[in-house]
Design a protein around this ligand. Sequence first.
Ligand code: NAD
Ligand code: USQ
Length: 398
Amino acid sequence: MKVLVLGGDGFCGWPCAVNLADQGHDVLIVDNLSRRKIDIDLEVESLTPISSMGDRLKAWGETGGKPMRFEHLDIAQEYDRLVNLLLSEKPNAVVHFAEQRAAPYSMKSSATKRYTVDNNVNGTHNLLAAIVECGLDIHIVHLGTMGVYGYGSHRGATIPEGYLKVEVPQPDGSRFEEEILHPASPGSVYHMTKTLDQLLFLYYNKNDNIRITDLHQGIVWGTNTAATSKDLRLTNRFDYDGDYGTVLNRFLMQAAIGYPLTVHGTGGQTRAFIHIQDSVKCVQLALENPPEQGERVKIFNQMTESHQVGELAKKVAALTGATLNYLPNPRNEAVENDLIVDNRCFLELGLKPTTLDDGLLAEVVDVARKWADRCDHKRIPCISAWTSTQAKAINKAS
Ligand code: NAD
Ligand code: USQ
């Protein structure tokens, strides 16, 4: 299959592209390298040293992998080039990772809020409009987020895979049943862009019959996959800073360098998780099982387990001897929430979940220890506050 991987230089996109090439697909990576530029602006680097795209592709070829190509293109800004690329490549599928994905970064300032909305919503819309303009039948596999459902109380209800069955009361007292998109309840500007993506997909699927799979992914942890471990130049990025580092990888890195684990609030927040190896496998399964022509947007919950943040910190502490530091929460989020998730679609397609076992956690700690001297401790605190109320609380504590 010919596949364009938009955002294929990023944390989830790079191992996904490598895996698809490893499976024999013809892969073209499209990326504007904006993530590398944001690192420069934030004065931080991936904990693991990452090679340039040129060196990554050369290394992949040298390991005997099926060659991949790269196009430097901004999907949110360079619409005509995107159309020409689709027309010349005529891919069977496009995997769309190319968005600004950090909630804290999206909440830093009006400039980062506006950038996140412009980049993410325009990028997704450009892709949809370009596919219609080209008149090609291209399956889009998009990386969305579990955060579209919101992290308030679901009152013990199981979160379905995208669609909620509702009963609509009629004036005569009768009721009819229908399935609607699960109500959106974003917790940051970044998460809000993913809820807007969902509406764009709903519309273009209905109006233009575009085949779309939207993957509502949980927090990805780990760093390398079997394929990216084949050569040091294939190493994946490892974000640990207060903006881009995600909770479990941050805790594992903090444990590795003897930094008290940064638990926000009481640690009662429950979130969904998935290991990077399973994330790449899920994308592959989604590509291999496209929706039929005329089928509504397929939505999969791409997660394998849920955990409370504070419980995760305790688990990492038990494994490594780390201490816990309960901090004022910079985010405006529920102190505690329940999270029961239906993820049957991927299990039925054959996913064998990699769960949080001590061996894999220890492997990430080892990676972090190896590169500990690259860590800039000043970049660890989360200083991006959701509102002035949170800003006051974190300033008082620091
Ligand atoms: P990332 O920031 O590491 O990668 C995103 C890539 O897209 C970067 O290489 C960036 O340069 C590129 N990009 C951004 N805007 C672009 C544009 N306009 N044109 C071309 N390229 C552009 O992020 P990631 O962690 O790999 O996440 C990828 C996707 O998966 C995102 O959409 C994110 O929302 C989703 N996701 C990630 C996680 C996670 O834990 N990392 C969890 C759930 C969902
Ligand atoms: N948290 C801490 N300590 C930290 C960092 C975070 O307690 O040092 C807490 C946060 O307050 C939050 C939870 O951990 O309650 C998760 O934070 P996160 O940064 O790990 O994850 P999030 O902001 O939700 O975003 C990440 C990815 C995003 C993806 C999302 C999936 O950056 O791209 O969409 O996970 S999900 O969480 O399922 O919405």
